[in-house]
Design a protein around this ligand. Structure first.
Ligand SMILES: NC(=O)c1ccc[n+]([C@@H]2O[C@H](COP(=O)([O-])OP(=O)(O)OC[C@H]3O[C@@H](n4cnc5c(N)ncnc54)[C@H](O)[C@@H]3O)[C@@H](O)[C@H]2O)c1
Length: 451
């Protein structure tokens, strides 16, 4: 374990000391608000380490799954849901009157962008307004949602104080700890991913750091909440910018007859100063395409422009159109047009081995293919039917085609967009004349067009 200067300190207030004792004895009840991709693994981790847990969500169906022991996030798995359902230390509820039952409240609700690509803080704000009137002395509230620097101090603390009559740092403790969950990554889980924590004042820092130290191998305390908020943004901006760079190089190298994957794989043999990023059909997921713009928005308050972020966004959002152009060229080589073609998009999830299709670049690619007159189908073993969503209503209810020779050979073109493990992409060229591969899923096959 690391030597941590914060831990040698004692809490100033007796209220914080009392909470600390509950944390150390693992009798503190951990409330997790928002039981999605982030909240679910978090509640599992605290429960596994012996804490009593209580989940809150406004979505009744998630509570029903908790009670029935059934799964609603594929990679999380049914066996863990069954353990939680059978446990007398785990409950889930839609009832915010039960907020006083928790000693700690971890807020894991969405932070998307609105229609003008500005931060949509309504989920966070609604959550804090819902828990605020029920807060009691001695609780610790930690925001885990990704957000702009200043959120905890400027939004969470005032709403909590106003609705509860409690005083942050004295009778109520507030902190921020960014979530670094990487769904579907078999190499890491919540407890093995170092956790950054910043508190509103010394006591909040101590109790929040100690809380995570009970369940996470390495905790990294930073000076305050806005620093912790900035850490998460740096991590995701770093990814967005580097992915944009490699996407731009992909286009340039393709024009020069150079294989970007061969270049990256050779470059990564350099043992220092280089980290490989791979190109793709565009950015997807709930984080990388969105989070950087939280900083862009906040920077405007200081009269500053985030030019790298804007440029990376521009390059990455141009990628779906590039893929469609490559698809057109590929069909054209065979004397065919996109208009009237039967096209299969292989992969709807934004990345491999998850069932999450939020912000997936497959959607704009399907939209564009359709607008050029193609008949568009998709295959994704993780998403048998496209659920209703606000942004992609036109695709609601479409079913994944079957991964069978009889179905596959009906297509004029397949565009590979997600490289799920276990999908035998190499089989496609023998069944479909024209293949466009955006993920290097069929390396070395000269019949396949790269995009
Ligand atoms: N998904 C990831 O891999 C990931 C990784 C790191 C950080 N994050 C961040 O974590 C946060 C949560 O993301 P997620 O992917 O878990 O979202 P999600 O959509 O999977 O889950 C959010 C949950 O919050 C619930 N919810 C919404 N409003 C609520 C309210 N007022 N009260 C209670 N529950 C409410 C929703 O019903 C849903 O179950 C976001 O800020 C995201 O940027 C996500």
């Amino acid at each position: 374990m690391d030597v941590n200067p914060i831990l040698s300190q004692q809490c100033e207030s007796e209220v914080a000391e009392a909470l600390l004792r509950k944390i150390h004895s693992k009798t503190a009840r951990i409330g997790v608000v928002g039981l999605g991709y982030v909240g679910l693994p978090l509640i599992w981790t605290f429960h596994r380490e012996g804490f009593p847990v209580l989940g809150y969500d406004i979505d009744r169906s998630k509570i029903d799954h908790f009670e029935a022991g059934t799964s609603y996030i594929k990679h999380f798995g049914i066996s863990r849901m069954q353990v939680l359902a059978a446990s007398d230390r785990c409950e889930a509820t839609t009832d915010f009157d039960r907020v006083p039952e928790a000693d700690v409240l971890l807020l894991c609700v969405p932070t998307p962008l609105d229609a003008h690509r500005e931060p949509d803080m309504s989920y966070v704000e609604n959550t804090v307004r819902a828990i605020g009137p029920h807060l009691r002395e001695g609780q610790l509230v930690i925001l885990e949602s990704t957000t702009y620097p200043g959120t905890t101090n400027e939004m969470i603390v005032p709403i909590c104080e106003q609705h509860s009559g409690l005083k942050s740092g004295e009778t109520l403790f507030v902190a921020y700890s960014p979530e670094r969950e990487d769904p579907g990554n078999p190499d890491f889980e919540t407890s093995t991913i170092p956790k950054v924590v910043g508190g509103e004042g010394a006591d909040a820092s101590i109790v929040a750091t100690e809380l995570y130290r009970q369940v996470i191998d390495k905790v990294v305390p930073v000076s305050n909440t806005k620093t912790a908020e900035a850490v998460k943004l740096l991590e995701n901006i770093f990814r967005a910018v580097n992915i944009a760079l490699v996407n731009e190089l992909k286009v340039v190298f393709h024009a020069m007859g150079i294989d970007i994957y061969e270049v990256v794989d050779a470059a990564k043999t350099k043992p220092f100063g280089f980290m490989p990023f791979y190109p793709g059909p565009g950015l997807g997921g709930h984080c990388i395409p969105i989070d950087p713009f939280y900083l862009t928005w906040k920077a405007r308050e200081f009269g500053l422009h985030t030019r790298f972020i804007e440029l990376a966004g521009e390059v990455n959002t141009a990628m779906p159109n590039y893929v469609v152009r490559r698809a057109m060229e590929a069909l054209n080589d065979q004397g065919k047009a996109l208009k009237g073609a039967n096209v299969l998009c292989v992969g709807l999830a934004y990345k491999a081995d998850v069932d999450d299709m939020r912000e997936s670049p497959t959607y704009p690619i399907m939209d564009a293919l359709k607008s050029f007159g193609a008949t568009v189908s998709y295959y994704d073993p993780y998403i048998p039917v496209i659920p209703r969503s606000r942004e992609h209503v036109a695709w609601t209810g479409l079913k994944s085609v079957e991964w069978k020779d009889e179905s596959l050979k009906n297509f004029d073109l397949a565009v590979i967009l997600t490289k799920h493990t276990g999908v035998d992409h190499a089989r496609l060229p023998s069944l479909i004349d024209c293949i466009v591969d955006t993920r290097n899923a069929i390396p070395g096959d000269l019949r396949v067009h790269r995009a």
